[in-house]
Write a protein that binds this ligand. Structure first.
Ligand code: KG4
Ligand code: ZN
Length: 333
């Protein structure tokens, strides 16, 4: 069974081929046009998808050594994401589906982040999944394939959004998560005690207070260009990362204990964060549970995760027809 996956929910145009032997190709065209604006500009994102999608899909087929006629199923991100961006991928997939009579499978981007762990691993059910991306932060109990029980989510900013907004305050370029991660490795996580909101109970998250507290901290120290802030940039990055990751790991550990699972998976762009990966691994050793973390290439947006999720759905006989429409929010699912 050969599956082509297409992803275009935000600012990466991506295509990948997955078959019964594993991943055959994984192509990502990242859009750089947004850097100058400090965030993704939706209209520019859809135009860039439109420009690159055809070549990206062709490259994924070429690298997998197949032609469009050899595809058995077509998986495409249906939502959540930016409406214009989703439409480009979905319309392209519908066209391909019509021209090559391919069954279409609409994929939930957040589920796909979780199932990216199945590209080269086999997590056992039930497991607790922590999905941390630029747009979402969610804890879920996954009882069986595609049977998810939501335990909690963020009430305001997502973890990745917190990294990006705090990076902006620090004068870093968008998206700031990877740079904060790099700098944090050289810094002292206990340099400053930033708030760890809602850590002590439940499964809900809140990161917008942290952003405000960083803003006040910078003002008090003379602004982001002051000598003090420049000298301690790594320490500030480490302390911010510490605050974000502590809350995430404490809540993940709480869910693991309460629901008595022995497996947990991490997913989403922030799962690339080295402090988070270390802390989750330490927690897993302490609690004697299995932990699955995607390879770095499968943490941030990619189409391999769409292809594997479509593959798993196709195996279960699930599919959609040409009437499927994109949705921008998870609640519209
Ligand atoms: O999953 P993703 O690629 O896109 C969404 O679905 O939102 O996540 C992107 C987010 C961005 O906020 C980015 O700053 C963050 O993931 N990110 C990181 C790291 N790499 C990406 N955050 C912290 N540390 C990283 N190494
Ligand atoms: Zn994503």
């Amino acid at each position: 069974m050969v599956v082509l996956g297409i992803e275009s929910s935000c600012d990466e145009t991506a295509a990948a081929v997955f078959d019964s032997d594993g991943l055959k190709s994984n192509v990502i065209a990242s859009q750089t046009v947004h850097e100058q604006f400090g965030g993704v500009v939706p209209e520019l994102a859809s135009r860039a998808h439109h420009k690159t999608i055809s070549a990206t899909v062709q490259q994924a087929l070429d690298e997998a050594g197949i032609s469009a006629g050899q595809i058995d199923y077509l998986g495409v991100t249906q939502g959540p994401g930016l409406m214009g961006s989703l439409l480009v991928g979905l319309c392209f997939a519908k066209g391909l589906s019509i021209s090559h009579q391919l069954p279409l499978i609409g994929i939930n981007h957040m589920d796909a982040h979780i199932y990216s762990n199945f590209i080269d691993q086999q997590p056992s059910y039930p497991f607790v999944a922590l999905t941390v991306s630029g747009g979402h932060t969610r804890l879920e109990l996954v009882e069986a394939p595609f049977e998810h029980r939501k335990l909690g989510a963020t009430r305001d900013d997502a973890a990745g959004e917190a990294f990006d907004k705090i990076g902006k305050l620090l004068g870093l370029s968008y998206p700031a998560g990877p740079e904060i991660d790099q700098m944090a490795r050289r810094g002292d996580p206990e340099f400053h005690n930033f708030p760890q909101a809602m850590k002590d109970k439940g499964y809900e998250f809140s990161f917008s207070g942290l952003k405000t507290s960083v803003r006040y901290f910078l003002e008090e120290k003379g602004g982001r260009d002051s000598e003090f802030v420049r000298d301690h940039l790594s320490d500030i990055c480490a302390s911010v990362t510490h605050a974000i990751t502590e809350v995430l790991v404490v809540k993940l550990a709480r869910a693991v204990k309460e629901y008595e699972v022995n497996t947990t998976v991490l997913a989403g762009g922030v799962a690339a964060n080295s402090m988070l990966r270390d802390k989750v691994e330490t927690m897993a050793r302490r609690e004697k549970i299995n932990i699955h973390i995607p390879k770095l290439a499968y943490c941030t947006d990619n189409a391999a995760m769409i292809a594997i999720t479509a593959f798993m759905k196709a195996e279960r006989g699930e599919g959609d027809d040409l009437s499927i429409q994109p949705y921008t929010r998870l609640s519209e699912k």
